[in-house]
Design a protein around this ligand. Sequence first.
Ligand SMILES: [Zn+2]
Ligand SMILES: [Zn+2]
Length: 294
Amino acid sequence: MRSSGDFHTHSTASDGVLSPTELVDLAASQGVVYHALTDHDSTEGIAEARIAAAKHPGYTLIPGVEMGTDIEGAEVHMLGLYLDPDDGELQSMLTRLRAGRLDRGFGIVEKLRGMGIMIEWERVQQIAGDASVGRPHVAQALVEKGYVTKVADAFDKWIGRNGPAYVEREKMTPAECVQCIVERGGLACLAHPADLANLDALLDELKAAGMAAMEVFYKDYSPETVERLRQAAEAHGLMPLGGSDYHGIFGNNEPLPGNIPLPDSAIDRFLEAAARLPGALAMEAKSRRLGAAG
Ligand SMILES: [Zn+2]
Ligand SMILES: [Zn+2]
């Protein structure tokens, strides 16, 4: 299924394979007209994508970001659309998010080493692989070195909350993230929500915080899942959006940008909201000024 909108894609500015230019060219070639670049905790790809976008008449690039936030026992991803990459406060928040995970894992390893428990930070990163480093990876390294016999013992002895090697990580809740996006003039959209527990309660909270949309038409969701999420969105007064979450790394089965069942009616609704969005209006005014100057 082809759609003229895709509100969730990744480039080499995070863990995607295509450069921002290659991604924009691909999306435009697939008939995508409204395309959001949403790299993980980074807007580094936007400047290059904007230059590439100018070569495609009728194509609109929407600057965005996908932020990792935490709830008890799970990670929640939030898309922020129409955020200005030149916004200094936005950038300091993204820097904190990127640094948070690595800093904490490294801090725990340093504390352990200070206590004479000699595990290697490099090994912890290897164990984590593509996943973001967490305490379970540190625990596995401790098991490997024979300091404990099982992961749970590492938590009990050293790295659990209040343990001697525990380090607090800077966390952001989804609601704080939504508030931040809205304050900066952007539109907040909950990403790939199908597997989240207590979705209704979370949607209530995030709607109250100012979230406007949620992903319903997501790359590989079944028609049943799409329908369940569409109803949830409607019940909570949220716009149904969607994206391919294209990374370019999953082989031939990965849907290309725009190859999602996102209907035109959802795009129209998004554009109506964008027409009143402070961030989108500011961007339009800025590009008009630059156009007039050039
Ligand atoms: Zn995600
Ligand atoms: Zn993503």
